[in-house]
Each structure stands twice: as C-alpha cells, then as structure tokens.
Design a protein around this ligand. Structure first.
Ligand code: PLP
Length: 367
C-alpha cells in the first residue's frame, strides 16, 4: 500500500518535472540537437562559422596528450590571463563550462537567496526558466512592440520586487542593442535595490566600449556574463566567464562541486590561444558584417524586413506566418524560430557566404 502511494507520488513528481522541463526554451526551435555534419547547414545556434581560430586548433592539438590529467593548473593559467586581459583582479572572475553553466550557478544562488528575477521577453531565457524550475520567483515583462527594453518599467517592477534583474545586450533572439549610456544609468539607479546581471554574449559584435564590465569595479551589484562561444568560435569547447565583485564571486564558488572542475584542457587551451589571436576576431567581425548586410539586402528584396541586427544573427517576422524552420529542415537547413503573440519569427545565424546564398535561394522559392 505504502509502496503504491509513494510510487504514485513519484509518478506525479516526474510528470511535473517533465512538464516543467518543456519550459527550457519555450517556443524557440534551436534544432541544434543534430550533430554537425557537412550535409547540414546550421543557422540555428548563433555560432561563428569560421572558428575555432587556427591558433586555437593548434593549441588544442598540442594539449590533447595531457588529457589524462585534471585541468586545474591550466584553468588557473586561463583565469590569470583573462583577468589581466580584462584589467580586473583575479578575485573578480569566475570561469565556467560555457556561460550557461554560470547562468545555472546564478540561478541556484538566486533561488537559495529567495531573490525574485525580473526580466523582459523575448530574450535568452535559460536563467529565468531555471529559476522557475527550482520554484523561484520570476517577474516577466514584455518588451515594447519594436522589441526595446522598457527600462523604466523593469526598474519599477524590480523596485517593488527587489532581487535580480537579468538583461541581455545585445539581445537574443532579436539582435537589438540597448545604448550603453541608457543601460549604465539604469544600472546605477536599479543597483540601489537589486543585483543586475548583464549577459554580454554578443558584446564583441558591437565593440567592447559598449560593455558595462568596468562597472564591477565600483558597483557591488553588477554581474557581467560572457562567453567564448560566439566571436571566438569555441561553442563546442564550452568556456564562459563571469565578472563581479569578489563578495558575489565568493558566494557563487561554493555552488560548484569542484574548483574549475567543469573545464576541459582542450577548451582551456583553445580559449588561451584565442585571446592571443585578435586577428581572427577582427576577420570574423568583418565577414559577419559584410555577409549580414548582403543577406538583409536580399531579404528586403523579398519584402522581408529584418530588425536592426547588432549580432551574428538576424530576426524577422515570417511572412504569412509560415513554419519556416520546418520547411528549411526538409533541405537539411536549421534555423531558429519563435512564436510571439501568435506570430512566427525567424532567427537566422549568419553563416558563410555560400551558406547564406543557399539560404536566400531556399527563401526565394518559399516566398
Ligand atoms: C545571450 C546568451 N547568453 C548565453 C548563451 C550561452 O552560451 P554558452 O553557454 O555557449 O556560453 C547564449 C547562447 O546562445 C546566449 O545567446
């Protein structure tokens, strides 16, 4: 009898868990579950199609023979190199296996502290979703119709529910940026009551002068999250980092099982070499900008109006509300798609010139 009850209870809990796990990326079809292959054109993950840089590849090759050893010493080298490059102290930095691991750590900390999270959608929502899954409190605000942050509304909501504000700049999936001046003055005001996490995954695409990272030196409540997955082309090698006040870093550290346990020597070697290869970054930026602008031009000729993009992807409302992701998948092409207020929007990562030509050919046939 007891066994039956507890089994039933367990089944109930599992059902809730499975139902809530569907929230992980509500509506956004990433399609990135498929392994990379030459037959697959993957315009769904906002990855850099040119990476890893040649220097990173060479560093990975050289380091593989030490794969039998734990990565702690190497992680420390990356930690110190990165702190120096970012001009911060090493106690203001935390490394993670991709920035998503750091967003997860933050989510766990947020729930333990019982902080409500205020954020505006549509955005990259794995942090608020993780908080929801852990029964934490989340205040979701809608962006304006043209997908701008309503900073006054966010500030007001957070003032009434002080805790955490999560902002992504430039934003994903829209590619729209918020001016660093507006964001900076918002952070100054809102940090009177809340911590502000600024996710700068795509900051390199608008230039480091737009970053708020310098604020962590004087403001204990600013947390910056960044990644090597985008401009550095290391998405599969899983390296991200977080910059914040040492007190915040010290609160997050114990939530990891082991110090820097989740980094691999290959990822560390690639990140270290990539930091030394700013030529690769420059070239990737140039190619992205050139191919992005020709893709936007071709889309406009088809009467498709992408939003202003400040990233390595473009975002537009799909004419006729078509299920573009499914149509392109039949051609082995993956793109992102999200339903907003009943309308389908596409998020297309800027691939190589050839990939984007193929994309435009398919799109021309579809519309
Ligand atoms: C805004 C934003 N933050 C964080 C991430 C996670 O990146 P990663 O875990 O690869 O560092 C992504 C990935 O697309 C993103 O778009």
């Amino acid at each position: 009898m007891n066994a039956t009850i507890s089994r039933r209870k367990w089944m109930g809990q599992m059902t809730t868990l499975i139902a809530s796990s569907a929230l992980i990326a509500p509506g956004l079809v990433y399609g990135s579950g498929l392994p990379a292959s030459p037959d697959l054109i993957k315009l769904s993950g906002n990855e850099n199609p040119y990476g890893p840089s040649p220097k990173a590849l060479e560093a990975i090759r050289k380091t593989l023979s030490t794969g039998n050893r734990y990565p702690f010493g190497e992680a420390e080298l990356l930690h110190n190199q990165l702190a120096k490059q970012m001009n911060i102290n090493s106690d203001q930095l935390l490394l993670g296996s991709g920035s998503s691991q750091l967003l997860q750590l933050l989510a766990h900390w947020i729930v333990l502290q019982k902080y409500p999270v205020t954020y505006a959608s549509p955005t990259f929502d794995i942090l608020p979703n993780q908080v929801k899954q852990l029964d934490g409190l989340v205040n979701e605000i809608k962006m304006s119709e043209d997908f701008q942050y309503d900073l006054d509304q966010i500030g007001e909501r957070a003032r009434k529910n002080p805790g955490i504000i999560y902002l992504v700049n430039p934003n994903n999936p829209t590619g729209i940026k918020t001016s660093s001046k507006a964001l900076r003055s918002f952070c100054e005001r809102a940090s009177a009551h809340s911590h502000i996490i600024v996710d700068e995954a795509y900051i390199e695409y608008i230039g480091m002068q737009e970053s708020l990272a310098d604020m962590i030196r004087s403001n204990e409540r600013i947390i910056i999250v960044r990644t090597f997955s985008k401009i550095y082309g290391l998405a599969g090698l899983r390296i991200g980092y977080l910059m914040a006040h040492p007190d915040t870093i010290n609160k997050l550290k114990p939530l990891r099982i082991w110090n820097n346990d989740s980094l691999s020597i290959a990822g560390i070697a690639a990140a270290r070499a990539s930091l030394e290869d700013q030529n690769f970054v420059r070239e990737s930026l140039e190619k992205n900008e050139m191919i992005r602008s020709s893709t936007i031009q071709s889309l406009r000729e088809l009467d498709i109006q992408p939003y202003e993009s400040n990233t390595n992807f473009i975002f537009f409302k799909i004419p006729g509300n078509k299920d573009l992701a499914s149509l392109l998948k039949k051609h082995n092409m993956l793109v992102g798609q999200k339903k907003i207020d009943g309308e389908n929007y596409a998020r297309i990562t800027i691939g190589t010139k050839e990939e984007m030509n193929t994309f435009i050919n398919y799109i021309t046939n579809i519309f």
